[in-house]
Ligand binder design. Structure first.
Ligand code: ADP
Ligand code: MG
Length: 248
């Protein structure tokens, strides 16, 4: 299951999501092309995490259609585990196994889900730990690492599955300010390497420099989207301007 030709990696059409009475996504249309980096910005509570979580069905949409890598994940008969194998997700909280080493954290899913041998899984894990600058910490436990290092391990773990799409949900929001840069640097390298990425972030400089497109969400809808210099530099909508004045 890989992106072929010009078909978008993610295609979202008229997505709706309610929690009880409250509709938090109110008709989202969004496509992410192969190799594209789309950054989603917007106020807290606007539905950014819910949108990201709907892409791999961590939340079940209440309406609309989502295709990932050409598979309709909103089809009730979809084999979602198969789709998820190709989609890496990195959260604000790193969710590493605390009782396992860094290397083991990066090999468990490869072995269980992909059926790779121990040697093969370790080889892939070490390549990806090297990519995030942490090959020398393979035998450490998460508690021995800084938050920024733990988040880079979480990225290496996701990359070790060979994803065709990476979803990031505010990956630097829980980090001390001095640790943010290293994580953003890894994400920048990944983007430059051609990874398809959908990134929820409050880091406007990152969105501006690394994003191919910026999407501004408010109150469950996409208010405006376009090239970063346009959306962040010369926003067309009042709601976007108000948000940017608060965060910039
Ligand atoms: P953001 O990531 O932009 O801050 P979220 O997608 O997390 O926004 O949340 C959007 C809205 O949906 C918020 O009002 C939030 O309280 C609500 N919400 C999110 N998850 C749930 C849930 N599991 N149950 C009920 N309400 C939820
Ligand atoms: Mg969120």
């Amino acid at each position: 299951m890989t992106a072929t030709g010009t078909a978008p990696v993610v295609r979202i059409a008229d997505l709706h999501k309610s929690f009880g009475e409250r509709e938090v996504l109110r008709g989202i249309d969004l496509e992410v092309a192969a190799g594209e980096v789309v950054c989603v910005i917007g106020p807290s509570g606007s539905g950014k995490s819910t949108l990201l979580r709907c892409v791999n069905l961590l939340e079940q949409p209440t309406g609309g259609r989502i295709e990932v890598l050409g598979v309709e994940v909103t089809d009730p008969d979809v084999d979602i585990d198969r789709v998820r194998t190709h989609v890496g997700m990195v959260f604000q909280q790193f969710n590493l196994f605390s009782h396992r080493t860094v290397l083991e954290n990066c090999t468990v899913a490869q072995r269980r889900v992909l059926g790779r041998s121990k040697d093969e899984a370790e080889k892939v894990a070490l390549e990806n730990l090297d990519r995030v600058g942490l090959a020398d910490r393979a035998q450490s436990h998460p508690s021995q690492l800084s938050g920024g290092q733990q988040q880079r391990v979480a990225i290496a773990r996701a990359l070790s599955m060979g994803p065709a799409l990476m979803l990031f949900d505010e990956p630097t929001s829980a980090l001390d300010p001095e640790l943010v840069g290293d994580v953003l640097g890894v994400m920048r390298d990944l983007a430059e390497g051609g990874m398809t990425m959908l990134v929820v972030t409050h880091e406007m400089a990152f969105a501006r420099e690394v994003g191919d497109r910026v999407v501004f969400m408010d109150d469950g809808v996409i208010v405006e989207q376009g090239p970063p210099a346009q959306v962040i530099g010369t926003p067309q909508e009042e709601r976007t301007r108000t948000f940017l004045q608060r965060v910039l």
